[in-house]
Design a protein. Structure first.
Length: 164
């Protein structure tokens, strides 16, 4: 899977960036996502993510992660000639934006490592761009279970059992 990672803060280490890339590739394998897929992850500060949150979600506050899935509108809306051309292109899953400031705050508040929180936020966004959601209690239970399974299998277990 092709993952474009952008650190707008300049604060992420190469190790942290590599960990996120490895984790997302692991999750892609876990979900059987085609290796001929692409996506982006952007790390930003609270101010930048607040702007996106306000402009696209109508919420004027910083948040931890925002994702934009490319397949949400449905393939059936494409003209047939475009559909045939699209088969030769990589599957674009979408974009994930993560506030590293929020990740640090939440890691401290939840009593686990910053590394684990970054991983959690990356997987949360990844599941969203792959069609998972948490609008209903059933969806939330399914998504939470899958997040925990992927993170545990990768080795990013919670240090405390209290779930978010």
């Amino acid at each position: 899977m092709d993952i474009v990672i952008n650190d707008k803060t300049g604060q992420m280490t190469l190790t942290e960036l590599k960990q996120i890339e490895d984790l997302l590739n692991f999750a892609a394998g876990y979900l059987d996502v085609s290796i001929d897929s692409e996506m982006s992850v952007t790390f930003m500060d609270n101010l930048d993510i607040q702007t996106i949150n306000r402009n696209y979600r109508g919420k004027d506050a910083p948040t931890d992660v925002i994702s934009f899935g490319m397949e949400e509108k449905g393939k059936e809306e494409l003209p047939i000639f475009l559909d045939e051309e699209m088969e030769t292109l990589p599957r674009n899953l979408g974009d994930i934006m993560i506030s590293i400031e929020k990740a640090k705050e939440q890691a401290k508040a939840y009593g686990h490592s910053y590394k684990r929180e970054l991983g959690f936020l990356a997987i949360h966004g990844f599941l969203h761009i792959n069609g998972y959601d948490h609008q209903t209690s059933k969806e939330e239970k399914e998504m939470s279970k899958l997040q925990k399974e992927i993170l545990d299998a990768y080795g990013l277990r919670r240090e405390k059992e209290k779930e978010i």
